[in-house]
Write a protein that binds this ligand. Structure first.
Ligand code: 3PY
Ligand code: MG
Length: 249
């Protein structure tokens, strides 16, 4: 399977679904639906490395990219998630180029970085079956930095220029909060900031992704040239479906 970053240049945007139920059964159901990617959330959802692993295993038979969001851009979660077999990581709250460089370092084995070594005991290496894993792991990994604060907006050119940061993903919720509009990601100032961020990511020649706020917002983001878009959440589908069913009978 191609590296996720290498699939983002195609004619159509890659559409994803946010997984916040922290559940392998529902992950498997969602994987069947045909999304290009699913995001398993280690930042806000009640996940552990073990629940994330169960979800990764549940979706393995399907042609869907399993992306994991680490709780924070620090080495422990980055190595655990990569060792479990996630190839694509979304890192929240990346506010500076230094942070971005530290994230890249944590995801690469020496001499290219500082990732701790577990080879024969990691699922990522096929429990040792992939003899070349240590030297080829880096070629399979996609790192995505989240842009979701005023500081990140200020540093966006430098963050986007970091070698090893493959794509940037705008988080409207935290960005709104950081700009003084908590809970109002549709505020004009937030919209403007998002458009500015997208333009700077484009200028850096890197793929831009975003969390869409609604179906209409997702369609808008497609026309704006975002390369990967979260178009909904597992919780939203369940909550809306449950309420709609009850209301319709
Ligand atoms: C945010 O909106 O802040 C997110 O992290 C999700 O995209
Ligand atoms: Mg966020």
């Amino acid at each position: 399977m191609s590296r996720f970053a290498d699939t983002l240049g195609g004619a159509t945007a890659k559409l994803g679904l946010w997984q916040a139920l922290a559940n392998s059964y529902t992950a498997e159901i969602c994987a069947r639906a045909g999304f290009d990617w699913l995001l398993f959330d280690g930042e806000h959802a009640p996940n552990t490395a073990q629940t994330l692993l169960a979800q990764l295993q549940a979706v393995a038979p399907f042609p869907v990219e399993a992306i994991a969001r680490v709780p924070l851009g620090e080495p422990v979660a980055i190595k655990q998630y990569l060792d479990a077999g996630f190839r694509t990581l979304l890192v929240p709250m990346v506010d500076s180029a230094d942070q971005a460089r530290a994230i890249v370092s944590a995801a690469r084995f020496p001499p290219f970085g500082t990732r701790g070594v577990a080879s024969a005991t990691s699922r990522a290496s096929g429990f040792g079956a992939d003899k070349a894993y240590l030297t080829t792991a880096q070629e399979k990994v996609t790192l995505i930095a989240q842009i979701e604060s005023r500081a990140a907006l200020d540093a966006i050119d430098a963050i986007a220029a970091v070698e090893g940061i493959d794509a940037l993903f705008i988080g409207p919720g935290d960005l709104a909060a950081s700009l003084g509009h908590l809970g109002d990601p549709r505020h004009p100032e937030v919209r403007q900031a998002i458009d500015h961020a997208k333009a700077r990511i484009d200028a850096a020649g890197k793929p831009a992704g975003i969390f869409a706020l609604s179906v209409d917002d997702a369609k808008l983001r497609i026309t704006q040239g975002y390369r990967f878009i979260s178009i909904g959440t597992d919780i939203g589908l369940l909550a809306n479906g449950a309420a709609a069913l009850l209301g319709s009978v």
